[in-house]
Design a protein around this ligand. Sequence first.
Ligand SMILES: Cc1cc2nc3c(=O)[nH]c(=O)nc-3n(C[C@H](O)[C@H](O)[C@H](O)COP(=O)(O)OP(=O)(O)OC[C@H]3O[C@@H](n4cnc5c(N)ncnc54)[C@H](O)[C@@H]3O)c2cc1C
Length: 339
Amino acid sequence: MVDVKVKSKGGEALIASLTKRLQDDGVDIYLNTPATDLLLDDDGAVAGVLCESEKNGVREFNAKAVILCTGDYARDNDLNAELAPETVGEYTATAVSNKGDGLRMARAAGAGLHAYQESLSGNFNADPFDMPVVGQPNNQFPFSVLLVDRDGARRVSEAAGPHDQQVFFIYEDAPDHAWAIFDASVAEKFLNLDTYLEKTAAGSPFIQAFEADSIEALAAQIGIDAAALTATVDAYNALCEAGEDTQFGKDAQYLDPITEGKFYAVKEYDMTRGNYGGILTNERFEVVTDAGEAVPGLYAAGIISSGDYFGDYYPGREALSLCAHGGYIAGQNAAAAAK
Ligand SMILES: Cc1cc2nc3c(=O)[nH]c(=O)nc-3n(C[C@H](O)[C@H](O)[C@H](O)COP(=O)(O)OP(=O)(O)OC[C@H]3O[C@@H](n4cnc5c(N)ncnc54)[C@H](O)[C@@H]3O)c2cc1C
């Protein structure tokens, strides 16, 4: 068993405190009521939204301004193929409802698209629809594992950090992934290993964790050439025994040789958290056209309009502050304009 337990995840607490504040201020919240269209007034300004769902039927909400904060579009393969083709076929842990509805509505109203449409990638996890709490010592995998690519080669220090590691394991024809290889001594520290083994045995289509009596048998289970994996393990064990990682400089405290059966392999997916970029906004968080003209009455905040903040690389952990900051400014400007 591992000595580290995940106690709670931050998102739940964030949602609870924001919900309480809205309720205290008398704001009505409609769940399961997706917006489908923007309403326009006689002058062509955005003046509300139309919502439609099986549960609530069609509802019309009139307003002096609308703020789109419908997140990213990673759950929509048509938009992925059009805007961020390299993300097609990757798993994502973004909200199941993030299908780019807001982006589509904004485009129909004239919004421009940001030049950057990229994946919030960079975290490895055995379950590509979830993520261990960032900051846990055993987050993703203990640093003592050996990380190999699908050819069985070691590519980077296992303690390098998620974003730095992930770039070594990008494939054009398969979800981006690495294999964590370790023995019984490290298995003790591997968060959720038993669950991953059980789910694999039960036929999970994506969780892939294996146990074997030898490295050769493990290689056969994960489809890596046995001679290649054995050579990598032998070379890695030699570094561990020497106490110095002359290959990639991993700290000596994480150099545990892979000698004590049973042996394990866990597939670590690049768990993307959605696609950023989206539509164009100005510094007032008004939605703008390609020419920079504001679409009257329409604002956007959050990952739906985030290309200016990350460029072509998401360093990690900054998205929530951008969403809160943008939401605050968009709300202030929309409220002022609506007076
Ligand atoms: C597993 C995971 C871990 C993450 N960890 C971190 C982290 O540690 N730090 C960090 O900064 N960021 C993190 N992120 C990224 C961050 O959570 C997101 O970028 C951020 O939540 C985006 O906020 P948002 O308000 O723009 O969109 P979201 O939080 O995605 O919310 C969009 C909302 O819009 C709703 N919606 C969609 N379509 C419609 C519609 N038509 N009508 C009405 N509502 C609609 C959706 O249901 C959803 O509730 C993580 C993301 C994931 C998935």
